[in-house]
Design a protein around this ligand. Structure first.
Ligand code: GLA
Length: 421
């Protein structure tokens, strides 16, 4: 092929590379093979991710000091020991793009730079997450990644970022799947393993296409720190705990190891009652949602710490089977949710949606608890199960007698059922 046909000049930093026709064919093959074979970084969320995020409590008021102190508090509070790993900076960390298009953090808020901050977080045995948006601007009006995906992914890799939450504001005219795939490709090319958290609010059914794109996808709009209220912001609404739960209808079939339904960040410690916080945390654990704390870890109360670090409850969320809970029955404002666990065990959550305490009753012998998704059956007729209350740690006997227990207002009873030999 003569050299003058199809010759292009590629700019690579300050170097210019001349590529002729056969070079173009080779490059096309390379890119094509990249497209065909590229995939997300597998295995980063075999169980739902555990961490913290700045948004719910701090909004745009983020700084390197807050992130360092939060990393310290994550260790000191016992959260790291309970499995929490990611310290995530949400919106508004951004400064401007420079003349070459590279993004920089806000210099007043992050004077030491992101690399130094990542080094600090890593020195604590934790990982650092960051936030961007598929559109022109983030929801907070900062520079989005649209048109800069590869450059931003490279920058995050250079900084040592381990987690990217990718939002969906200001994306008019974009197709969600394509926009998220572009960033997945960019992260992959940048080479540093990054947990990719899709924050698209469920608008374009991310459960239908997100499995090979990211490790979790938001299923709803934003959470509001209340049990069963809706907060109307005019053009959008944010949702209390029970509303978000109800929006999960039909979604459990889409989730599993490395691809989770994300019910949004936790509001534990942000103003609900202790019973409500416990119910909120239990629901998120049962539903295999990522558990991303959203409160001030530096000043949290003993009750809040006890909820966030309750290992037997976290263990349900982290159960290797990765099967999301399902609602078995609803009576009298009480809901009975079951979650299959490894080794033939089960978890049962009785959720009291009423504003007053209620008696839960469950006659094991007459209930047919079967899960079509995991093909598991709790054969209470043939198998006796030992019952342990996972919040108090107390034994509640076994399934030979019907369950009768008081459940507090807006509270839960959470039991582990283990087959007796
Ligand atoms: C959206 C997201 C929130 C948060 C804000 C930041 O509303 O859903 O979780 O990231 O943007 O501006």
């Amino acid at each position: 092929m003569p050299d003058f046909v199809d010759t292009v000049v590629l700019k690579n930093g300050n170097r210019k590379m001349k590529i002729n026709g056969s070079g173009i064919a080779a490059l096309a093959c390379l890119l094509l093979s990249g497209v065909v074979h590229a995939q997300k970084f597998e295995g980063l969320a075999k169980t739902p991710q555990l961490g913290w995020n700045s948004w719910n409590k701090f909004g745009c008021d983020v700084s390197e000091q807050l992130i360092r102190e939060t990393a310290d508090a994550m260790v000191a509070s016992g959260m790291k020991d309970a499995g929490y790993l990611y310290v995530n900076i949400d919106d508004c960390w951004h400064g401007e793009r420079d003349a070459r298009g590279f993004i920089h953090p806000n210099q007043e808020r992050f004077p030491s730079g992101m690399k130094a901050l990542a080094d600090y977080v890593h020195s604590k045995g934790l990982k650092l997450g960051i936030y961007s948006d598929a559109g022109w601007k983030t929801c907070g009006g900062k520079p989005g990644s649209r048109g800069y995906e590869y450059q931003d992914a490279l920058t995050y890799a250079e900084w040592g970022i381990d987690y990217l939450k990718y939002d969906w504001c200001n994306t008019e005219g974009l197709k969600a799947e394509g926009a998220y795939l572009t960033m997945r490709e960019a992260l992959r090319k940048a080479g540093r393993p990054v947990l990719f958290s899709l924050c698209e609010w469920g608008d374009n059914k991310p459960w239908d296409w997100g499995k090979n794109v990211g490790h979790s996808w938001r299923t709803t709009g934003d959470i509001h720190p209340c049990f069963d209220c809706v907060e109307d912001h005019g053009t959008w609404k944010s949702w209390g705990v029970t509303y978000i739960l109800d929006m999960q209808e039909g979604l459990r079939v889409h989730a599993g190891p490395d691809h989770w339904n994300d019910m949004d960040m936790l509001e534990v410690g942000n103003g609900m009652s202790v019973e409500e916080d416990r119910a909120h945390f239990t629901i998120w654990a049962m539903m295999n949602s990522p558990l991303i704390a959203g409160n001030d870890l530096r000043t949290m109360s003993k009750d809040t710490t006890a909820i966030l670090t309750r290992k037997p409850v976290i263990a349900l969320n982290q159960d290797p089977l990765g099967v999301q809970a399902f609602r078995h029955a609803r009576r009298d404002g009480l809901e009975y949710w079951f979650k299959p666990l490894e080794h033939g065990a089960w978890a049962l959550m009785v959720l009291n949606r009423n504003a007053e305490a209620r008696k839960a009753g469950f006659d094991w012998k007459t209930e047919q608890v079967r899960d079509e998704l995991s093909k598991r059956e709790a054969a209470f007729g043939n198998t006796r199960y030992r019952l342990v209350d996972l919040w108090s740690g107390r034994s509640l006997g076994n399934t030979s007698k019907p369950l009768a227990a008081q459940v507090s207002a807006h509270g839960v009873l959470l039991l582990q059922l283990s087959a007796m030999q």
